[in-house]
Design a protein around this ligand. Structure first.
Ligand code: HEC
Ligand code: HEC
Length: 282
């Protein structure tokens, strides 16, 4: 009974949809490109929230043509090294830091991301206007909280693993911290202070950390505390190893996991070649 009216309403909608898709080359940004930008770009770029390691991308289309930008995304270094004044200015504003090449980048993806940047630039407040880390002065309490979070004495709210299972800070000697990740003593200065380190931690662009913290992200207070701790300990080497059994266990687990992966890679080949040799002898 409802068959006819239903079809009548769906058909025009369908046609309208087709028309809209054809009329605008720019489809609304898909969930996919939004997620892609969040995990691969947002750690260095805001859209309307000021510069991090890379420039603020708001209004990008007004300052540079699409063709150049696509070329840049496909190969940042080669494009900058071509030496045009625009590229030279970007590079010197970034104090000589080159944007890393983006794995799997192609023309289509580049255009999708640039469409997304244009769409977000047109909004009053982009969802990429930056991770807003508080500007308030860091206190001793922040540092103590950061230390407890780092060491796993205080659990992370969303259940992410404690940093110490993979990281050490110089001064945490030997088994005081995990070895899978780099020593973080210099992270505060390397990642250029509170804002950039905060953005880094809020969505770590690390192949190892990303899967662990995407679904259990650090909240902004936790990020602030960890930043305070990393700042307080930056380069001082003053961190004492507090080899509680928990730290010891976590470091052990991380080490074991790392070794297992390594052994697997090293030995897989050997077993195969031994087997091949045995087979060949028959
Ligand atoms: C590790 C930091 C980093 C990451 C990650 C990063 N960029 Fe960049 N980006 C930079 C820097 C630095 C520059 C400035 C040019 C240079 O020095 O290489 C830049 C420049 C740009 C520009 C040109 C900006 C302008 O004002 O003309 C665009 C567009 C851009 N990046 C897009 C992206 C996109 C899209 C992603 C994710 C796929 C991304 N970037 C990931 C650091 C980064
Ligand atoms: C499962 C192991 C693991 C855990 C847990 C982990 N990290 Fe990492 N982290 C790494 C690895 C590995 C790297 C190096 C980047 C890469 O290769 O992916 C890294 C890199 C970093 C960097 C960048 C260092 C630099 O100088 O570029 C910072 C900052 C950092 N981690 C902070 C933290 C903090 C804070 C925590 C706790 C909330 C944490 N990490 C938890 C493995 C881990």
């Amino acid at each position: 009974m409802f068959g006819l009216p239903k079809r009548l309403t769906i058909l025009p909608l369908f046609l309208l949809g087709l028309l809209a898709a054809n009329a605008t080359a720019q489809d609304p940004p898909s969930e996919e490109s939004i997620n892609y930008f969040r995990t691969n770009c947002a750690s260095c770029h805001t859209i309307g929230g000021g510069r991090l390691t890379g420039p603020d991308l708001k209004g990008l289309a007004e300052r540079k043509d699409r063709e150049w930008l696509v070329k840049f995304l496909l190969d940042p270094k080669a494009t900058l090294d071509a030496g045009d004044p625009y590229g030279q200015k970007l590079l010197s504003d970034a104090r000589g830091v080159y944007m890393p090449p983006v794995a799997g980048m192609n023309k289509e993806l580049a255009n999708k991301l640039l469409n997304l940047i244009d769409a977000e630039s047109a909004l009053e407040k982009s969802k990429f206007s930056g991770f807003q880390i508080s500007e308030r002065p860091l206190t001793d309490l922040d540092i103590a909280t950061g230390k407890a979070l780092f060491n796993g004495q205080k659990a992370l709210q969303e259940g992410g693993p404690a940093c110490i299972s993979c990281h050490t800070l110089s001064g945490l000697s030997g088994l005081g911290g995990g070895l899978l990740g780099p020593d973080l003593s210099g992270a505060y200065s390397r990642l250029e202070g509170r804002k950039a380190l905060g953005a880094w931690l809020s969505s770590p662009p690390s192949v190892v950390m990303q899967p662990l913290y995407t679904n259990s992200p650090l909240d902004s207070e936790e990020v602030l505390a960890l930043v305070a701790y990393l700042k307080a300990t930056a380069g001082t080497g003053e961190l004492e190893a507090e080899s509680t059994s928990l730290e010891f266990t976590l470091a052990g687990i991380a080490l074991a996991a790392g070794l297992m992966v390594l052994f697997d890679i090293l030995w897989r080949k050997r077993f195969r070649s031994v087997r091949r040799t045995l087979l060949a002898q028959r």
